[in-house]
Design a protein. Structure first.
Length: 456
C-alpha cells in the first residue's frame, strides 16, 4: 500500500494548480462521470435507494475520479495522484473492524450490512460547542449511555479566561479538551472508553500535543482527520497522521458529498461522498467515516430537506458497503433545535435510514449549533431505541420508504424550529431530560408506534 511518506512527497511534487482551477474542473468532472455511469436522481426520490446496480455504478464512477483526478493539497497547491493499482491495493487493506478503548471498556466498531439485523455501533455525542464550565459534566452524561462505543471531543472559544488563538493557546486547549474527556469518561465509570480528539485547529502541533497516556490520548483512542469539501487535503493533517499512525490510533474521517457545492447536484455529491472515505484511508489512514450526502441549505440551518438528499445519501452508504470493507456512519444532524418535536422527528428519520443502508450512527447534533445548544443525551438514547426498533421489525428499504413518507408529511422545505440550550431542557446532574422534553419524546414515540414500530 502507498506509504504516507510517498503521499507527502507527491503533495510536494505533484502537478501545481491554482485552487480556483481545481474547484472549477471539479464540477465539470463530476458532471461527466455522472453522465458516463448513468447516475440520475429520480424525479420523485424515495428516501432509500433500492437499486443495487445504481450503487455499484456510483462506486465505479468514484474509483475513476480518484485515478483520473486525485486529491488537492491546499497547503502546497498541488494535486496528489494515484494509480488504479494503488487504489485497489488500498481498498484490499481497509479494515472491516476497528478495535478501540481498553480493559472492560474495549469495543469493536464494525462494518454493517444493508438491511442488516445486528445492532448499530453508536457515537452518542459532541462535535459541538460547549463552554469549559460544562465540559467534564457533559462528557460524563454522554459516556453514561451504555451503548456508546466512543465519544468525540468538542470545540470552545475560551479556556482559563483566554481566547483560544494562536499556536500556544491552541496546543494548550487541545490538551485541556483531551483531559476533560478523560475525566468525564472516568466519572461515568468507564475509564477505558475510547475518546476521539476534535481538532481545536488543523495545525499538526495542536493535534499532536494531546498525546498523553495518562491524561490525554492513548494508543486506543482516535483523532478526527477529515478530507475537506471538494476533495482536498492538508499538509498538517498528513503530518499528524504520520505521527499518530506510529503511535497507534484510529482515524475518523468526517466529510460528505455536498449538494450545492462545486460537485454540483445529487449525482456529483454521491461521487464525492464515496471518494472521500477512500482518499481519507490512503492519505490519513482513517478507518471510520461519517459520510453520505447533505445539502448546503440544510447544513447551513436554513431549510428542512427530504427526498433527493436522502436518496443520494443512501446510495453512498450502499456503494461503500457493497464494494469495500469501509466502516461508515450516518451523521444524525437536524435543522431544528433542541427540545422541539420537529427536531426529534428529523433525528428519527436518520435513525430509521441508517440500519437499512448499512451505516452506524454518529453524534446527533443541530446542524448549526449555538453554544451549549447542539445536543443532549436524550437524542442519542432515542436514536438507539429507534434503530433497534427498525431492526426488530425487520423493515425492508421499501417498507421504510413508505414509513418515512408518512412521518415527514408537511416538513419538506420548512424553516427550522428554534429550541433551547442543554441547561434549559436537560438535567446534567441527574442525567435526565426536562419534563417538557420527555413529553415531546413520548409524542414522537406514539407516532412511530402508530406507523408500526415496537419499542422494548
Amino acid at each position: 500500500m502507498i506509504s504516507l511518506l510517498e503521499v507527502a512527497e507527491r503533495a510536494r511534487s505533484g502537478l501545481k494548480m491554482n485552487e480556483r482551477e481545481w474547484d472549477l474542473q471539479l464540477f465539470k468532472k463530476m458532471q461527466g462521470l455522472s453522465k458516463e455511469f448513468k447516475l440520475k436522481c429520480p424525479v420523485d426520490s424515495e428516501f432509500l435507494n433500492t437499486d443495487d446496480d445504481a450503487a455499484d455504478r456510483a462506486f465505479e464512477a468514484a474509483l475513476k475520479f480518484i485515478v483520473e483526478t486525485g486529491v488537492y493539497c491546499i497547503s502546497t497547491n498541488r494535486v496528489v495522484r494515484f494509480t488504479e493499482d494503488e487504489v485497489r491495493d488500498a481498498l484490499r487493506q481497509v479494515p472491516r473492524e476497528v478495535p478501540m478503548g481498553e480493559g472492560r471498556d474495549k469495543r469493536v466498531f464494525k462494518q454493517r450490512r444493508i438491511e442488516g439485523r445486528e445492532p448499530l455501533n453508536i457515537v452518542p455525542g459532541h462535535h459541538a460547542p460547549f463552554t469549559e464550565d460544562l465540559a467534564p459534566l457533559v462528557v460524563k452524561n454522554f459516556a453514561q449511555i451504555a451503548r456508546s462505543d466512543f465519544i468525540e471531543g468538542f470545540n470552545f472559544p475560551f479556556t482559563d479566561g483566554r481566547e483560544v488563538y494562536g499556536m500556544p493557546l491552541e496546543a494548550y486547549a487541545s490538551r485541556r479538551e483531551a483531559a476533560w474527556m478523560r475525566e468525564g469518561v472516568r466519572k461515568a465509570g468507564r475509564p477505558g472508553m475510547a475518546i476521539v480528539l476534535y481538532p481545536i485547529s488543523p495545525r499538526a502541533s495542536t493535534l499532536i500535543s494531546a498525546i498523553d497516556p495518562d491524561c490525554g490520548l492513548r494508543r486506543t483512542d482516535g483523532v478526527l482527520l477529515s478530507i475537506l469539501p471538494d476533495v482536498k487535503m492538508e499538509y498538517d493533517l498528513l503530518t499528524a497522521a504520520m505521527v499518530f499512525n506510529d503511535y497507534g490510533f484510529f482515524g475518523v474521517n468526517g466529510s460528505f458529498g455536498m449538494i450545492g457545492g462545486f460537485c454540483g447536484g445529487p449525482e456529483g455529491a454521491i461521487i464525492e461522498g464515496i471518494v472521500k472515505p477512500i482518499i481519507a484511508f490512503m492519505v490519513y489512514r482513517d478507518m471510520i467515516h461519517y459520510t453520505g450526502v447533505e445539502h448546503l441549505a440544510f447544513v447551513s440551518g436554513e431549510t428542512i430537506m427530504y427526498g433527493a438528499v436522502d436518496w443520494a445519501r443512501s446510495v453512498v452508504f450502499e456503494a461503500l458497503v457493497r464494494n469495500t470493507n469501509s466502516v461508515v456512519m450516518l451523521w444524525n444532524i437536524t435543522c431544528s433545535e433542541l427540545c422541539t418535536e420537529v427536531g426529534l422527528i428529523e433525528s428519527v428519520v436518520r435513525s430509521i435510514e441508517a440500519p437499512l443502508c448499512g451505516a452506524n450512527l454518529y453524534a446527533p447534533r443541530v446542524s448549526r449549533p449555538r453554544m451549549n445548544a447542539g445536543q443532549t443525551p436524550l437524542e442519542p438514547e432515542f436514536m438507539i431505541e429507534v434503530s433497534d426498533a427498525v431492526i426488530r421489525a425487520k423493515l425492508s428499504r421499501v417498507e421504510a420508504n413508505r414509513m418515512l413518507r408518512k412521518l415527514t408529511v408537511g416538513l419538506n422545505g420548512k424553516p427550522p424550529v428554534p429550541g433551547k440550550t442543554i441547561q434549559a431542557c436537560y438535567d446534567l446532574v441527574r442525567h435526565q431530560p426536562s419534563l417538557e422534553y420527555q413529553q415531546i419524546r413520548e409524542r414522537v414515540r406514539k407516532r412511530l408506534i402508530g406507523l408500526g414500530l415496537e419499542f422494548a
